[in-house]
Design a protein around this ligand. Structure first.
Ligand SMILES: Nc1ncnc2c1ncn2[C@@H]1O[C@H](COP(=O)(O)OP(=O)(O)O)[C@@H](O)[C@H]1O
Ligand SMILES: [Mg+2]
Length: 460
């Protein structure tokens, strides 16, 4: 299929970690119409750059964030927006979303994966503004109950049908729950056979069918454009693609879990109603009896109503939705304390109470949520900032106050980062973020895309 018939390319800003970023680069290769790395090399030469297959293979298949130079050449070869991709790559690097840890020593601020335990005191178990990744499950606390609830609902879905929808306000912890809660639990085998399920996690982007097709292509080792063409032609063909994944021959064998995070993008970014419908169809067929997949959608609550136009989604929401709200006192306390203890850190007595109070928890003797659900990123960032100012192994009250507490930590970090930008970068930052508007800066989102923004990420 000619590229220009397949809509806009995958969006690099939809990656929340380096693994997703590499998956998007593969999706970009598919979008550009290169069926192999050899074809990609030819395309690179055509655009006066170089991309040897061995280099591409290495960069796309290791567990590191690709270098800026690699991304530039790769995206150039694919004839996509080089500035956008390199900015998104830099943002991941700056925020230490990636596990781009040099062999010589740990990178400060990054949440360690299990291999980094020997360097514990140098690592921060709080991801700041980033969502938790599946490999960070050991630092993820406070959502045990809802994770168990999701697993139980999915157990029904192994026999019953339809996608499960996790809905909640922005910043409430949906992406983290889906990755470090649900996917991690499945990889531990907490559902029968789930250790062997292919695990797909992606966001719809402007071209949800392409995004799904690219993920399935990677999982099955098949040709992306072919799968995308098949799904566009008839979304029900998703079943034959899923059957290529390993699994038993039983009619209801589950071979994959498909997590579509930020499902609202299918409404916000995708402008093509036919493709949106095809996407929804494909997901519902995959989740239906004999479809071979468990499908879980993460949905921002303010777009809930958009689902009402799609009968299959109405049905899914009627029988399978989980509303994710704020954490209770005990859950918050465990989200603050347990990662610290697991990472060999200590919390000064009184710090947790002050944090809970600043978050608006009020009477900490009562175990109910008292904070705005979307305030969780503020806590997470304040924990990271406090960790940066720690005394030895201890997160202190003085450090917490120094960084500005729950409400001030992001502003302070932003101001500091802003000051070290070049004048031109400051100008871009100002145009993207209102410098003194903490609500916009709070989550470092690009106003038009709703994602972490290029200069915003440098700033925060
Ligand atoms: N259980 C948790 N404990 C501590 N921080 C959390 C937890 N869940 C999410 N966060 C933090 O809250 C913020 C929002 O989380 P995210 O998963 O991106 O939410 P959403 O997808 O709903 O917008 C991030 O900063 C993340 O690190
Ligand atoms: Mg999210």
């Amino acid at each position: 299929m000619a590229r220009n018939l397949r809509g806009s390319p995958p969006d690099p800003w939809s990656a929340s970690d380096q693994a997703e970023f590499r998956a998007l680069l593969r999706a970009l290769q598919q979008w550009a119409g290169y069926s192999s790395l050899e074809r990609l090399e030819e395309g690179a030469a055509h655009r006066r750059t170089s991309m040897p297959p061995s280099t591409a293979n290495r960069a796309l298949n290791n567990d590191k964030l690709p270098t800026a130079d690699f991304v530039r050449r790769f995206v150039l070869a694919c004839d996509a927006d080089v500035a956008r991709w390199t900015a998104a790559r830099d943002a991941l690097h700056d925020l230490k979303y990636s596990r781009d840890t040099p062999a010589t020593g740990p990178v400060e601020n990054s949440v360690p994966d299990s291999r980094d335990l020997s360097d514990l005191p140098s690592f921060c178990p709080y991801p700041g503004l980033a969502a938790f990744r599946p490999d960070q499950a050991q630092w993820f606390f406070g959502r045990e109950k809802v994770t168990a609830e999701l697993l139980s609902l999915l157990t029904e879905r192994m026999i019953d049908t339809g996608p499960l929808v996790v809905v909640g306000p922005s910043g409430t912890g949906k992406s983290s729950l889906l990755r470090a809660g649900l996917l991690a639990a499945l990889s531990e085998g907490r559902l029968p056979g789930s250790r062997d399920f292919a695990r797909l996690v992606f966001t719809p982007t402007a071209n949800p069918i392409d995004a799904l097709g690219a993920q399935l292509a990677v999982a099955t080792g098949s040709d992306g454009p072919e799968i995308i063409a098949a799904l566009s032609d008839d979304p029900r063909r998703v079943v034959e693609v899923i059957r290529k994944l390993p699994g038993t021959d039983e009619p209801n064998s589950i071979r994959a879990v498909i997590v579509v995070d930020q499902f609202e993008e299918a409404f916000i970014l995708c402008q093509d109603e036919d493709r949106r419908q095809a996407f929804i169809r494909a997901l519902c067929v995959a989740a239906a009896e004999g479809g071979g997949a468990l499908v879980v959608l993460g949905l921002r609550a303010d777009h809930y109503g958009r689902c009402a136009a799609y009968p299959e989604l109405i049905e899914a929401l009627r029988i399978g939705q989980v509303l994710l709200g704020a954490m209770t006192n005990a859950q918050l306390r465990s989200a603050i304390e347990k990662p610290a203890f697991a990472a060999g850190l200590e919390l000064e007595p009184g710090l947790v109470e002050v944090m809970l109070r600043d978050l608006g928890q009020g009477d900490t003797a009562v175990d109910v949520p008292g904070y705005q659900p979307g305030a969780l990123p503020l806590l997470s960032h304040a924990l990271l900032a406090t960790w940066q100012q720690r005394e030895g192994r201890t997160l202190t009250l003085a450090a917490y106050r120094l960084v500005g507490g729950i409400s001030g930590a992001i502003t302070n970090t932003a101001e500091r980062a802003y000051r070290v930008l070049e004048p031109a970068q400051q100008e871009v930052a100002r145009s993207v973020l209102a410098p003194h508007d903490p609500t916009r800066r709070r989550r470092g989102r690009h106003p038009s895309s709703g994602r972490a923004c290029p200069s915003g990420c440098r700033v925060v």
